[in-house]
Write a protein that binds this ligand. Structure first.
Ligand code: HEM
Ligand code: HEM
Length: 141
């Protein structure tokens, strides 16, 4: 179960990155254009992929051999004990806040704006967390 979930979580990162990037691009290029159902769908799928990643990550956190609080002084364990979960939960929270603000905004311009501000902050944090990943190669599954 550990290996399966780790592979799923590893592969889903690309889905999250692509969907969040698509959402950012459509929000930035929108200008004064209306907020279309397609815009909404991509923003929602990005949110769902991030929430799925959260659930899988939480399960992994309890079963992973690389999460071990007796080895806090080791940088590899510290990354998985603290740094990964902190940065990723922050990023997912930003995506959720952005989606929620976008949903509640009245004007289409404000809907796009909430997405591009919050999703951009989130993707920067996710990429930072991936680039500082310890104990494995970053861009493989
Ligand atoms: C957008 C969100 C996230 C992304 C892109 C992401 C990405 C990754 C990647 C690329 C790996 C390495 C997979 C591999 O070794 O093949 C990983 C592992 C892991 N992630 Fe995440 N993650 C995210 C969120 C989370 C969250 C929220 C948690 C905890 C609640 C979490 C917990 C873990 C754990 C425990 C591991 C496995 C460590 C190990 O056993 O080696 N992740 N994650
Ligand atoms: C630990 C697990 C999870 C937490 C803490 C969580 C938290 C949240 C929160 C706070 C919102 C509210 C956003 C708003 O203001 O509209 C939300 C919305 C949503 N979440 Fe999650 N979520 C989790 C897991 C999931 C999973 C597993 C899925 C689906 C695979 C999912 C799908 C959604 C969808 C579709 C929405 C809202 C869509 C909308 O309002 O139109 N979530 N979630």
């Amino acid at each position: 179960m550990y290996t399966g979930l780790l592979h799923l979580h590893s592969a889903l990162r690309y889905v999250v990155l692509v969907l969040v990037l698509l959402a950012i691009i459509q929000a930035i290029t929108a200008g004064n254009k209306p907020y279309t159902p397609t815009n909404k769908k991509i923003n929602l799928f990005a949110l769902i992929s991030a929430h799925l990643q959260l659930v899988i990550g939480l399960i992994l956190y309890f079963i992973s051999p690389n999460v071990d609080f007796s080895k806090m002084s080791d940088p590899i364990f510290r990354y998985w004990n603290v740094e990964h979960i902190t940065m990723m939960i922050l990023a997912i929270a930003l995506i959720t806040i952005g989606y929620s603000k976008s949903k509640r905004a009245k004007e289409d311009k404000a809907k796009h704006r909430a997405i591009y501000i919050f999703y951009t902050l989130a993707i920067v944090i996710v990429l930072l967390a991936i680039f500082t990943m310890k104990g494995r190669s970053q861009w493989t599954m």
